[in-house]
Ligand binder design. Structure first.
Ligand code: ADP
Length: 465
């Protein structure tokens, strides 16, 4: 099984890894570059000190009197000792004028020993040892003596230098430790800020999954992704809530649709059994009408299940949509005339590729609704125009209109704006659901706008092919 790690843990580890990496880079750079710079600086310093000392001592020979300034040479030699240099000055006959080892051999030995230990401690691979350089003292073109400068070479670090380098390393280590701790703290803090809203989202999503559709995430965050996540979970809950309300309402509506004809049939049968009514032709006709209503409902449900199925088979052919709608409207001509409803069809004559029968069904349903909800003397108008690769058909009527609170639902199964479900004025609430299914199967859209008591406009858009 793959190891599951929390985001908090992963983020903290990532921060620490980044800190470690940065520290390592800085440490390496500091050690390589700084060490090299410091080494060069030390070598230059030693060179300069030697040059200064040599030139000072060389100046101490007085040519006119052929004598040496012994006191000055001794002072310079003692000073040089404190700089880690062992000086020996001899005259042209190799007679010693001043010698640091004669002055204090113990100090010279311990100094070289100390330097060797310092350098080995600093770098165990350091290869060094005692070295001596010779400088002639020349006056008026003649050699008057020699200066021997002994030191631990090729270069050496004094106690102060070693202390300085150790302090620098310590500082780096402390900086690393502090940045590691800061990264760990910051990583944990960031991870908590990210994960706590997520935990909230997960908790609420679980509640929603249990059916608590009214639960919402009220987490305030300034992270774009978290806001998007909470918004989508909240809107999912809202949609599920709406669907749940609709589902319950649909069940009640179906029950209502079935109950009315069934109750009426039951009444008939009971009256026949009790001998209250004779099963004469008139009553059997009423009985038959109720049966017809029931089978019409079942038929509509069957049709709906076909249209709402994922694989609604479309028989595509090319036809002129205006002629098709004209043909559909012709079937309503008598009703238009009897009810004094003016009908007007205008627009272009676009040719489309679609399922002719199903598109007819769309306009049969829409026109019969308009007929149902438009009072006598009203008007129905259809406008057809080509828009880019699609054709847009607006159907406007001057009927009762649809209350705004019902508008979002009228394409839902069994939904009727008329809550009393008056059987004289409406069907089962399936007509528009079928319309929408057909339009969407053609990759088209349908929208509705309405003002109560003024009428409605249905806008159908169907791609031309
Ligand atoms: P029904 O069989 O009840 O007509 P529909 O699905 O065709 O079912 O329509 C759903 C509801 O939308 C209707 O009950 C009605 O309230 C409303 N409706 C549809 N078309 C119109 C219209 N042209 N004018 C007013 N209301 C309409």
């Amino acid at each position: 099984m793959k190891l599951k790690l929390s985001l908090r843990f992963k983020l903290s580890v990532a921060f620490v890894m980044v800190a470690l990496f940065i520290f390592l880079v800085i440490y390496l750079l500091a050690n390589v570059v700084l060490e090299k710079q410091f080494k060069n600086y030390t070598i230059n310093k030693i060179e300069k000190t030697i040059t200064d000392i040599v030139s000072h001592i060389a100046d101490q020979y007085k040519e006119s009197e052929s004598i040496w300034n012994h006191q000055y040479i001794e002072n310079t030699g003692i000073n040089a000792l404190s700089e880690g240099l062992i000086i020996r000055v001899v005259d042209k006959d190799n007679d010693v004028i001043w010698d640091a080892r004669i002055h204090n051999n113990g100090m010279c030995m311990s100094m070289i020993q100390n330097m060797s230990e310092n350098m080995q401690a600093h770098n165990p691979n350091f290869k060094g040892g005692y070295q001596e350089r010779t400088y002639p003292i020349v006056s008026q073109g003649k050699t008057k003596g020699q200066i021997f400068v002994g030191y631990y070479g090729p270069y050496f670090y004094s106690d102060l230098d070693i202390k300085y380098l150790a302090t620098l390393n310590n500082l780096l280590l402390w900086a690393a430790l502090i940045s590691l701790l800061a990264c760990l703290a910051f990583g944990t803090y960031m991870a908590r800020r990210l994960t706590s809203p997520m935990a909230h989202v997960v908790k609420t999503a679980r509640e929603i999954a249990k059916g608590h559709y009214n639960d919402r995430i009220d987490e305030k965050s300034n992270t774009k992704e978290i806001i998007a996540l909470t918004d989508s979970v909240n809107s999912l809950a809202m949609t599920l809530g709406k669907q749940e309300v609709l589902r319950k309402r649909q069940t009640a509506d179906v029950a209502h649709e079935l109950r009315t004809p069934l109750a009426s049939l039951q009444g008939y049968v009971e009256a026949f059994i009790d001998g209250i009514w004779e099963p004469d032709q008139k009553r059997l006709k009423g009985f038959y009408e109720e049966l017809q209503r029931l089978s019409k409902l079942v038929g509509e449900l069957e049709r709906l299940s076909i249209y709402e199925g994922d694989n609604l088979a479309l028989e595509i052919e090319q036809f002129d949509i205006t002629s098709l709608i004209k043909g559909v409207a012709a079937n309503f001509a008598v009703q238009f005339k009897n009810r004094n409803i003016s009908f007007n069809l205008k627009g272009e004559k676009p040719v489309i590729k679609a399922d002719k029968d199903k598109i007819s069904q769309v306009f049969i349903n829409l026109l019969s609704n308009s007929m149902k909800y438009t009072p006598d003397g009203g008007a129905i108008e259809i406008n057809i125009k080509g828009v880019n690769d699609a054709v847009k058909i607006d159907l406007h009527d001057t009927g009762t209109g649809i209350p705004s609170e019902d508008l979002p639902y009228i394409f839902e199964r069994f939904y009727r704006a008329d809550k009393s479900r008056n059987r004289a004025t409406g069907g089962a609430g399936i007509g528009l659901t079928i319309v929408k299914s057909i339009v969407e199967a053609h990759k088209g859209t349908i929208t509705v706008e309405s003002e109560l008591n003024k009428g409605c406009t249905f806008a159908v858009t169907i791609p031309k092919s």
